[in-house]
Design a protein around this ligand. Structure first.
Ligand code: FAD
Ligand code: UDP
Length: 378
């Protein structure tokens, strides 16, 4: 197929661009994907022994308050009514996470009204902490005792960086509630794709004007397409420029998947382990994402322990570290990206910005409206 548009990367960003450009603009879109499967990090597959759907790159929970993204997603999949809930084990006791009235009452061993809990936390946060850092912001939200039990160890394991050197925005992703509401997310819409992430992603790609080339790296093309055909690049920003401005820091994850010969291993989809003595950050148990699936076996289950570390050469980049040095490097790359003719940079890797799935889809829709459609309108 002769391409009107070339997309590097078949994650949610690349596939949204490809689908909209093929369907709305009538363009022929070639999508190059370095891996041997489409879908980027949202890809999932059945574990061979049990048939239980495993999210290969870590648990993916879909949630959004963006009406347009929700309507768009529902063109390709229906969603279950799954609501994400997480438990945390601290010093041998188990509590609901994120921190809510139940966590506070259990941790301090007393029934409290919302007003009493607020007063207790207000007394515990009365200290001088820099609200620009993760530690300072966390203490000002939940006080020092809860910070030390639930946040400090987990964050140190997850980021291998002193929480006083991390930006506050990481912790503000977690709500704090003075009710017994234990939901992890606050968004209007939430659910899991009824027949799995891969079926959803494949339906997005299923269009006669879209060709997906798996196992095909943008940098292995015989000659550069840049200048001959518009390119949307969703791979790592620093790699595009041959690391000419230095390397951007990423965190990667190691996953240990195990089939356990029990019907239910931990009674919850995700259990966090904030204690520093435990080497992993959390354990995922995938059967709990789809209690409605009758074909899952009754005598075995799949768990996945998650470990976190700095990415080195050859590791998958998962979360931008975003240190002060990274931000300076990023500013130099952004300048070069702006000046690169015929190439649009998008997605989590292409912008060096952590994006949830709904945000990746939303920003791809905006790129099609504002940047790509005008290129092809006469
Ligand atoms: P990606 O999904 O990373 O896709 C980029 C694609 O580009 C990849 O397939 C890659 O192989 C390909 N590529 C890279 N370089 C090249 C090249 N040179 N040539 C060809 N192809 C290339 N979001 C949520 O909403 N909820 C969650 O619970 C959630 N959990 C997450 C957990 C983890 C561990 C991670 C890392 C992310 C999570 N996300 C979650 C975010 C979600 O995965 C992102 O929204 C999504 O990855 C963004 O899509 P993307 O297309 O920008 O990037
Ligand atoms: N966090 C924590 N303890 C927990 C869960 C989360 O300290 O039990 C902190 C940690 O710093 C983490 C941040 O809250 O990076 C955001 O949590 P989230 O669950 O959004 O992390 P993600 O799923 O993106 O890894």
């Amino acid at each position: 197929m002769r391409a009107d548009l070339l997309v590097a990367g078949s994650g949610f960003f690349g596939l949204t661009v490809a689908e909209r450009c093929a369907t709305l603009l009538g363009l022929n879109v070639v999508v190059l994907e370095r891996r041997d499967h489409l879908g980027g990090n949202a890809y999932s597959e059945p574990e061979p022994q049990t048939g239980i759907e495993v999210h290969r790159y870590g648990s993916h929970l879909f949630h959004t308050s963006n009406e347009r993204v929700w309507r768009y997603a529902n063109r390709f999949t229906s969603f279950t009514d799954y609501r994400h809930r997480v438990m945390a084990v601290v010093e041998g006791r188990v509590y609901p996470m994120p921190i809510n009235l139940g966590t506070i009452c259990s941790y301090f061993g007393a029934m409290m009204s919302p007003a009493q809990a607020r007063a207790l936390i207000a007394a515990q946060r009365a200290e001088d902490a820099d609200p620009a850092t993760l530690e300072g912001r966390a203490i000002s939200l939940i006080g020092r005792p809860l910070y030390e039990a639930f946040i400090r160890g987990y964050t140190a394991k997850q980021w291998q960086t002193d929480p006083r050197d991390l930006p506050a925005e990481i912790i503000t992703r977690l709500p704090v509630r003075y009710t017994f509401d234990t939901r992890y997310f606050d968004d209007t819409y939430e659910g899991l794709p009824r027949d799995g992430y891969t079926a959803w992603l494949e339906r997005m790609a299923d269009h006669p004007r879209i060709e997906i080339r798996l196992g095909s790296d943008f940098f292995d093309l015989e000659s550069s397409p840049v200048g001959r055909v518009p390119v949307v690049y969703t791979g790592p920003l620093d790699r595009y420029f041959g690391y000419g401005e230095g390397r951007l820091g990423w965190r990667t994850l190691d996953f240990e998947v195990e089939v356990q010969p029990v019907p239910d291993y931990q009674g919850a989809p995700v259990v966090n382990y904030p204690d520093p003595a435990v080497p992993y950050t959390r354990i995922h148990e995938f059967r709990h994402y789809h209690p409605e699936r009758a074909h899952y076996p009754g005598d075995s289950t799949v768990i996945m322990r998650e470990y976190s570390r700095f990415a080195e050469d050859g590791d998958e980049p998962y979360y931008p570290v975003n240190s002060a040095a990274d931000r300076q490097t990023l500013a130099r790359y952004r300048k070069r990206a702006k000046a690169e003719p015929g190439v649009l940079f998008g997605g989590r890797l292409g912008t060096y910005h952590y994006l949830d799935m709904h945000a990746a889809i939303g920003s791809a829709l905006t790129m099609v409206d504002n940047r790509i459609a005008p290129l092809f309108s006469r």
